[in-house]
Ligand binder design. Structure first.
Ligand code: ZN
Length: 151
């Protein structure tokens, strides 16, 4: 087992973090685990800390994980990339909806204009928190060293 910066690497592809409170948390390295944490709006490293303050404070993101201390905004403008995530799933949804409703059900472009515009505006707002969470999780998946060294 290697120990560096409060992080241990076990032989079973796991990271063990030593939190500010002295407890140890185990972070599995599988992509499905990290993306599952992203979907639940939890810290991608430990899976315990919440990313956002709560339902009443929809757009308020915690600066650090309350459990392992991971700084969420890795650098200035870090979450700009989450707009691509949000754009990607909104655009994909619009294509599927348009194809299904126009070619499948035969609705005209005039009938679809307002509902699809509402989807175009509404989905990015509703999915804003998940876009940030998925962006952070993808970074954690592709660059584990940065996430293992940060306290
Ligand atoms: Zn954490």
């Amino acid at each position: 087992m290697d120990v560096a910066n409060g992080v241990e690497y076990s032989s079973h592809s796991e990271l063990i973090f030593h939190t500010r409170h002295g407890a140890s948390l185990v972070s599995h390295r599988s992509g499905s685990t990290i993306l599952g944490r992203a979907w639940r709006l939890r810290c991608p490293r430990c899976g315990v800390g919440r990313l956002f303050a709560g339902t009443r404070k929809w757009f308020v993101m915690h600066e650090r994980c309350e459990a392992c201390g991971l700084k969420y905004e890795r650098d200035r403008g870090y979450f700009l990339g989450s707009t691509y995530v949000n754009y990607g799933w909104t655009g994909s949804l619009l294509v599927v909806l348009y194809m299904g409703l126009h070619f499948g059900l035969g609705l005209s472009n005039t009938q679809l204009a307002f509902p699809l515009a509402a989807v175009f505006v509404g989905v990015p707002i509703v999915m804003w928190r998940h876009a940030r969470s998925v962006w952070l999780a993808m970074d954690c998946l592709f660059d584990r060293t940065g996430f293992s060294q940060d306290k």
